[in-house]
Design a protein around this ligand. Structure first.
Ligand code: SAH
Ligand code: MG
Length: 216
């Protein structure tokens, strides 16, 4: 095992779950091969939502609702989550899970392609969790920044792409090259954008945490 794997294992070993319903949803997701947020990243997500105390959250990539329910555990009572998903098979599962958690009033699922939906939303959102098609993050960034409040936080998941983002373009399989270069460009934009302060955190599959200048 590499030191990186041992560190990750240790971080995960400190976790004690998120309640029986969320833990069951996580198990179902793993069994069905749904790519939900990893344990260390989940703890970071809840910690950041607790710190920001948003009144509105936007999530891109609902899957079966696991990360939305984790955020709901950490957000203020009056906060509302808008979450976007395009995969028909997962939408009824997510809705059912929101209902089981008694969260159907605080979590609004919008069905469709995030590229279209982001353009129609008005916001603002104090917290945005980006966790959908990794090759699209860069294209969606202008809309996401329009929707993010001054002082608001953007958390982007899977930015290290199982470590491939570190590799040279030429050692990456041809079919993965577009996504590889787009993710690198996305990280470059986050790090050099005049309105953002960004930290890259190598937890789970890698997250970028960006704060938009200004005050909430
Ligand atoms: N946030 C979830 C996991 C999301 S997995 C959790 O941690 O519990 C990523 C999801 O994004 C998938 O379900 C996929 O169908 C969805 N997705 C991918 N591209 C999308 C797009 N263009 N518009 C909307 N959803 C998209
Ligand atoms: Mg993810």
């Amino acid at each position: 095992m590499t030191e990186r794997e041992r560190t990750e294992d240790y971080i995960v070993s400190l976790e004690s779950g998120h309640g029986s319903l969320c833990d069951e949803i996580a198990r179902t997701a793993r069994e069905e091969g749904v790519p939900i947020i990893r344990p260390g990243t989940a703890a970071l997500l809840k910690t950041l939502v607790t710190a920001v105390q948003p009144s509105a959250i936007l999530e891109v990539g609902t899957a079966i609702g696991y990360s939305a329910l984790l955020m709901a555990q950490a957000m203020p009572e009056a906060c509302v989550i808008t979450t976007i998903e395009k995969y028909e098979k997962r939408i009824p599962q997510a809705r059912e899970n929101f209902k089981r958690a008694g969260e159907e009033r605080r979590i609004h699922l919008i069905e469709g392609d995030a590229g279209d939906i982001l353009q129609k939303l008005e916001g603002p959102y104090e917290f945005i969790f980006m966790d959908a098609a990794k090759g699209q993050y860069l294209n969606w960034l202008p809309q996401v920044l329009r929707l993010l409040s001054p002082g608001g936080m953007l958390m982007s998941d899977n930015i290290l792409q199982e470590g491939t983002v570190l590799e040279s373009r030429f050692s990456v399989e041809r079919r993965d090259r577009t996504i590889h270069s787009r993710m690198r460009e996305y990280l470059y934009c986050l790090k050099h954008h005049p309105d953002l302060t960004t930290a890259i955190v190598p937890i789970g599959d890698g997250v970028a945490i960006s704060v938009k200048k200004g005050c909430i």
